[in-house]
Design a protein around this ligand. Sequence first.
Ligand SMILES: O=C(O)CCC(=O)c1ccccc1C(=O)O
Ligand SMILES: [Mg+2]
Length: 323
Amino acid sequence: MRSTKLYQYQLPVETGIILRQRRLKQREGFIVHLLDNGRSGWGEIAPLPEFSHESLADVEKELRHWLDIWQSGQSEHLDQYSPSVAFGLSCALAEIEQTLGEKGNYQTAPLCYGDPDELYAKLNQITGEKIAKIKVGLYEANRDGLIADMFLEAIPDLKLRLDANRSWTLEKAVQFASKIATNRKHRIQFIEEPCRTPELSRQFALENQLSIAWDESVREPNFLVKKEPNLTAIIIKPTLTGSIQKCINLIQQAHQQGIIAVISSSIESSLGLTQLARFAHQYTPNTLPGLDTLNLMQYQLLRPWQGSTLPLATLDSEFIWDI
Ligand SMILES: O=C(O)CCC(=O)c1ccccc1C(=O)O
Ligand SMILES: [Mg+2]
């Protein structure tokens, strides 16, 4: 006996996060609850504006279609559906099938949007491996370089992940690199997509002895995981990528070639984020995931993130409703 429930949610977002061109005022998506012979599974489907290609309306249609089929006892290959749908449904199914472990990796790389004092405060709370992630390319490249180098100098056991989201010209990227002391460059674990194109990012990395990671590239058609000089990691954002199985394939291809796979957030609610923490614990146990986005929201949804003091919105709250 199978039954399903579909909910929609809307959560207010702290001060309005800027995604590419757009200011996000609220995070919206769907929640599915699947029941199968007394077993239960939850999934969050939340396409990210400016990043996902599917709209909320597309997602609702796909979900209703899949839920009908599943309820009648059939199944369909999830990766025919939009990535956010495939990921959320695969989480719900994995909970039913008990293939997603309970234990999560809640130690994530603290994320800094440019205020050094804020990052100092966060770093002081870390007990394990000191890795932080700084968004670069939002301000002057020289300034980004000075700040990154200052952190590396001030905290000798710190490693940095930087994320430029393809924003630099080669010249800007070189300006950034010129501010990093040569003997500290190896403590930049990677820069995600420094330049406008992958070709320029490769050239930049080689010429400036810096490591890079693919993020946007991973989601381009025909992407293949391939070791290349100076490439240390690929970033996997499951909501933008697809089913758990598709993400596992990418992780395995990376690991076989000695490339780090970093599980990263697409600003899901605490429901999706805790599932990502569990997924990361299970499939990338030696890597700190990039999931420090819960505090962009004013509430958690249905499940608490370990250690978070944000209020928890439940099914009877104003933020979630049946559809
Ligand atoms: O990867 C992380 O550490 C946090 C998530 C993050 O940076 C992100 C979240 C949503 C959309 C884009 C990005 C990005 O990598 O630029
Ligand atoms: Mg990125």
